[in-house]
Design a binder for this molecule. Sequence first.
Ligand SMILES: *Cc1c(COP(=O)(O)O)cnc(C)c1O
Length: 224
Amino acid sequence: MSISNNINQILSQITDNVKLVAVSKTKPVEDILEAYNGGYRIFGENKVQELSNKFEVLPKDIEWHMIGHLQSNKVKFIAPFVSLIHAVDNYKLLKTINKEALKNNRIINCLLQIHIAKEETKFGFSLDEVSQMLEKEEASSLTNVNIIGVMGMATFTDDNDVVGSEFQYLANCLKELKSKYFNNKPDFKELSMGMSGDYKIAVEKGSTIIRVGSSIFGGRSYQI
Ligand SMILES: *Cc1c(COP(=O)(O)O)cnc(C)c1O
């Protein structure tokens, strides 16, 4: 199967309201170009350096998503072009994104990462921490960030019930945050969840953005 076939295969399994981010991390630009030449435009990376390098050399009509953990001091490198930052997990980062967006005369779309997995190592807010941030901090005064939803990663397990209930929990978080803080903000509606191993479950639970890497580009030699 070619990369474009893999993308089309996945697209055929999802409806128009679900966006597929083709996760190209660790893969060469040739692979991205193959997908690009097949008509695909939406790619995701999880490292600032790699994302910037690929942005530089690839066509400028690509929609780039930063899906990985992001350090505040690196925001400036992607602020000029990034389309969506998936993993905002602290207020300082949000403020920094706002500052860099302002410098670039842009409004940058962001998702709040919520910790839904059992693993300790995964980044993210708890639902309470998100509420605290939205209540205490001046999040609404940040003019150049646009919070459009939440993102999460399920536990790495074969147990579909565990994964399903974690995705359901994230879907509930989106609903709760929407009703408490974003009720008059129609574009707060995005649910970024689902990877190669679990995107079908994620879509069943209401995912609007799936982030799929290895099922499109093949396995990676190291797991990130
Ligand atoms: C690597 C990665 C993905 C894609 O993982 P696959 O299992 O290869 O589909 C999705 N989301 C994040 C945050 C990632 O780092």
